[in-house]
Design a protein around this ligand. Structure first.
Ligand code: GLC
Ligand code: GLC
Length: 813
């Protein structure tokens, strides 16, 4: 294969990905903000901001799937004589003399140069602030004086991103703004039931402004050639209805060599109901003034930026590895952990593939995301567990999604995904092992957010397990409900109406025999965890009760879930096998191989090894392992959405990266380090980055949800970047199973599984109040720890007991 064009490279020293060509194969984005105020920003400054919830509190407008791609964002127009250009190339697309975009940890810096002027913009959301800072530095690198006309640009969203895109009969009459000095306020709907507004400020006097889009852009012009900019003349327009925007106009004179900073601030404010107004129709701006005052000079902004960097230093110092392999180290130490924070924050709500209006936080998704994040900020993980559990129903079932703003279960999608309950155990156990905080189990947590329904979190875990046990099918395997982890395996759906959702439609459930081997494996894995937890907290009877259920599930899988060379995937409504050699297509699926091998079901009979071999034989290809093989070539009424996709995409034989780590962990548990590594490296972004930037298309610094599989038109093409459970699972796999540093209740278990070629490496791991420096000597072994020496003393077994302070650990395999 010939070398593909490259659009950028890693800068590990600065923890940045450096994009050197604005015309990337797809917008390559980054996320700003860590807690409440968030922004998406592409390499050409496209994207938008929101407060907490991308659907209900959208601050700036963005048009998905637009022509041209990625239109709309925070734009700076620089008019230098007759030339108008943007530092990020778009939207004018004036050819630049230099372009660079550096995506870093919660910040992005875009620099452009044109005709002797450099414009560099640093975008970030300061910690604990509800605002996006845009620090623009203009520098005259020529030998002549420059007189520049600078226009900023933001387009307001009318808060609810869904109605903003459709309810124009209303929207075009509601828009309202106020202008005060260098600040433009957006206050649509503030007069009625909203007590929040936004503003766009610059820390310099302005010579003009615009707030009405049509007046600024011109009805038949575009963002690429707004009339006001092209003519170098702001209109000082005041928006009434239609589409409010915010644009500042500043005249800048720069001597040769001179540079000037401008701090632009996009902020969000909430007021108390009885303190909304300063006077009739004049909003109370006290909080806005205060926020502006905190960030109105270069010094203050630089300090806030230093704090953000220190925050990331601390986070990324919790787990740090030195293997000598840059490609591995940069993913483990920087990008994988960064992506885990992003997925924890956003679940599957807002990316350039998730429009922010479709989904809130997923029950199963968020529990999995937690496992990639819990070591970073445990208190936030703790709160998340409580929030998630609060959307559970008394019978252990749960809302499939909830909205982050309200934390209420989402009625549009409802429940009935029978894998959901188990994930609560997965997330909670990971939290306790990381922190040692068993007190979370005693937290009183409601069902469906109903006051008065509170029981302990432990009780929630119990009803979760029981939900599986109470919903077994004819083979004593778990009933699947609407779907299990695979949202598209809809075995009770039976829909022939294209206007019905595959996810929420269950046309027939009476008499269903549809059972899931994926849930069976998941139940055994989480069941074992639950049993261990019960023993740990002195609930011996409950441990025994659940052990019996786990044993029964193992028996059921061995009896009814094995196809000879691999685990079956499911039984359909009628009790027919899915994922069997007897089937015409989709004879083998990845999910049950992953979960049943992780659960080690039938390992003693060779089932695990055979299943893993079958994954290599039938599922593996150059770009990873496909979900099922062969792909479905036609729609199958009784299977639902899975067979709706063309071959090689999404859940129909795409490489759904999320589930690859399950098999990799299965390989690690089985001690097959060479195989584990080869599967892992295939979907490790840094390896893909080196070879396939053009083919892969999406951001090369993070995992995407899906890479087109071997049956697709273009195998290797990536889609749905950023928001995917792959992030957490890649982290869990490499940190705990490959490098082998596994938090446990009483300490850290050391159990690496490596390729034979692995050389000595050192992991720096902060764990509770301790700091471990762990050096592993693999000696060509794939698995098996022979000797552990902790602070000079040999340790029995593979767990280094926890004690606060600094420790050195030497491990010989
Ligand atoms: C998406 C969903 C996730 C689901 C997966 C497989 O990533 O967010 O919940 O498990 O698709 O269908
Ligand atoms: C579709 C997608 C799947 C996703 C689901 C969420 O079914 O194929 O990946 O999880 O939608 O609603």
């Amino acid at each position: 294969m010939e070398q593909q064009k490259r659009y950028g490279h890693f800068d590990d020293q600065n923890r940045e990905y450096v994009i050197t060509d604005p015309q990337t194969p797809w917008p390559w984005i980054n996320y700003l903000g860590n807690e409440d105020f968030f922004s998406l920003i592409s390499n050409t400054a496209g994207g938008y901001s929101f407060y907490k919830d991308a659907k209900f509190r959208r601050i700036t407008r963005y048009r998905y799937n637009n022509v041209p791609m990625d239109n709309g964002g925070r734009y700076f127009y620089i008019k230098d004589g007759d030339t108008v250009w943007n530092p990020g190339w778009k939207p004018c697309k004036t050819p630049l003399d230099f372009y660079e975009c550096r995506h870093g940890m919660s910040y992005t810096r875009i620099t452009g140069r044109k005709n002797g002027v450099e414009a560099s913009v640093l975008f970030f959301v300061p910690l604990k602030k509800w605002a996006e800072v845009q620090k623009l530095t203009l520098k005259n690198e020529s030998s002549e004086e420059k007189k520049l006309k600078l226009f900023s640009f933001e387009e307001w969203c009318l808060w609810n991103a869904a109605t903003d895109m459709e309810n124009f009969q209303r929207n075009f009459s509601t828009g309202e703004v106020e202008i005060e000095g260098s600040t433009i306020y957006h206050k649509t709907e503030y007069r009625e039931r909203r007590n929040h507004y936004a503003f766009y400020h610059v820390n310099a006097p302005i010579q003009g402004f615009d707030t009405d889009r049509e007046t600024f852009v011109g009805l038949y012009n575009e963002f690429a050639d707004p009339q006001a900019v092209m003519e170098g003349k702001p209109r000082n327009s005041h928006a009434h209805g239609w589409s409010p925007i915010a644009s500042h106009y500043i005249e800048v004179t720069l001597n040769p060599g001179e540079s000037k900073d401008f701090v632009f601030l996009l902020g969000y404010i909430e007021n108390e109901q009885d303190d909304k107004w300063e006077s009739l129709q004049v909003i109370n701006k006290k909080k806005a003034h205060a926020l502006i005052a905190e960030l109105d000079t270069t010094e203050k902004v630089d300090k806030a930026f230093a704090e953000l960097n220190a925050y990331w230093d601390a986070l990324l110092n919790i787990y740090n590895v030195r293997t000598g392999n840059d490609k591995l180290d940069r993913m483990v130490n920087i990008w994988n952990q960064y992506q885990c924070m992003v997925t924890f924050n956003f679940s599957r709500s807002a990316s350039f593939f998730e429009s922010g209006v479709g989904r809130g936080m997923g029950f199963r998704d968020s529990n999995q995301d937690l496992v990639g994040f819990v070591h970073q900020i445990p208190p936030r993980a703790r709160q998340r567990i409580i929030d998630i559990a609060s959307t559970q129903f008394p019978d252990g079932g749960c809302y499939h999604q909830y909205q982050p703003l309200t934390k209420r279960g989402n009625n549009d999608i409802g429940g009935g995904f029978n894998d959901d309950p188990c994930w609560l155990i997965f997330g909670t156990v990971a939290y306790i092992k990381e922190t040692g905080d068993f007190s979370i189990l005693d937290e009183m947590v409601p069902f469906d957010n109903q006051p008065g329904s509170e029981v302990t979190l432990f009780e929630h875990l119990k009803v979760s397990m029981d939900h599986v046990i109470k919903n077994l099918g004819p083979h004593m395997l778990p009933l699947i409900g609407r779907a299990d982890w695979n949202d598209c395996l809809n075995l009770n759906c039976f829909s022939m109406d294209p206007n019905e959702s595959f996810q929420t439609t269950e046309n027939v459930t009476e008499g269903t025999k549809a059972e899931s081997l994926m849930i069976a494996g998941l139940f055994v894995v989480t069941g074992k965890d639950y049993v261990a937890l019960c023993k740990k907290i002195g609930k011996a009877d409950e441990a025994e009760r659940m052990q019996k259920a786990v044993d029964a599930m193992i028996d059921a899988v061995k009896k009814h879930g094995w196809d000879g060379e691999w685990y079956l995937r499911a039984y359909d409504f009628y009790g027919n096998k899915i994922g069997s050699n007897e089937c015409d297509e989709a004879k083998i699926f990845i999910e049950s191989q992953g979960w049943c091998t992780m659960a080690e079901i039938g390992a003693e009979d060779g089932m695990v090894a055979k299943s893993l071999d079958s994954c290599k034989k039938y599922l593996e290809c150059e770009h990873g392992m496909v979900l099922n093989n062969p792909a479905f070539s036609k729609f199958i009424y009784e299977y639902g959405e899975i067979s709706s996709y063309p071959e090689g995409y999404k859940e129909n034989a795409g490489i759904f990266c999320h589930n690859n780590p399950w098999v990799i962990i299965g390989e690690c548990i089985a001690g097959r380090g060479n195989d584990a590594w080869s599967h892992y490296a295939k979907i490790l972004p840094s390896y893909v980055e080196e070879k396939y930037q053009t083919l892969h298309k999406v951001e090369p610094y993070v995992n995407c949800q899906m890479v087109a599989g071997k049956d697709a038109f273009k195998p290797g093409e990536g889609k749905n970047s950023w928001l995917t459970g792959t992030a957490a699972w890649m982290w869990y796999t490499v940190s705990e199973f490959i490098l082998g540093i596994k938090p446990d209740y009483d300490g850290i278990r050391i159990d690496p599984c490596l390729p034979e070629t692995a050389t000595d490496y050192t992991v720096q791991r902060k764990f509770r109040d301790a700091d471990y420096e762990i050096t592993i000597h693999p000696n060509g072994q794939q698995k098996g720890v022979k000797k552990i020496v902790l602070d000079g003393q040999p340790v029995d077994g593979t767990v280094i007991p926890y004690s606060a302070g600094k420790h050195t650990v030497e491990v010989t395999m």
